[in-house]
Ligand binder design. Structure first.
Ligand code: FES
Length: 125
């Protein structure tokens, strides 16, 4: 018997500000909804490492190494064009736009369908 998908209202658009998140319990699961560069992304709140509550971790820009013209490292800087969520249990990081760990592509978050219209934000689970 095929599972049925439920479309569930989770809140008004203002609940997920730019660079922010909303974590909600819907249909027996916890979902994190993020906004970056105006778009919404949603994932199950379950880290690919050991199941930690990844969506409740810190949100930080990607850290990148600065390499000079001679190939030498000049330290690290934030890349404001990429936003990461950091799992609070052991520090796995995931790109909010892709749900993938940047250094370990096999580690991925489970994406949840999310949409927004003038009445607010909905997830389909
Ligand atoms: S459970 Fe998320 S980093 Fe280990």
């Amino acid at each position: 018997m095929p599972a049925t998908t439920q479309r569930i209202f989770v809140g008004p658009s203002a609940e997920v500000p730019e660079g922010g998140r909303l974590v909600v319990d819907v249909a027996g699961m916890t979902v994190g909804i993020f906004r970056f560069q105006g778009r919404l992304y949603a994932y199950q709140n379950r880290c690919a490492h050991q199941g930690g509550p990844v969506c409740q971790g810190k949100i930080v820009p990607r850290v990148t190494e600065v390499i000079d013209e001679n190939g030498a490292s000049r330290g690290f800087t934030f890349d404001e064009t990429r936003l990461h969520i950091v799992c609070p249990w052991h520090g796995y990081e995931y790109d909010i736009q892709t749900g993938t760990h940047p250094g370990k592509p096999t580690a991925k978050l489970l994406r949840v369908a999310v949409e927004e219209n003038p009445s607010g934000i909905y997830v389909s689970v």
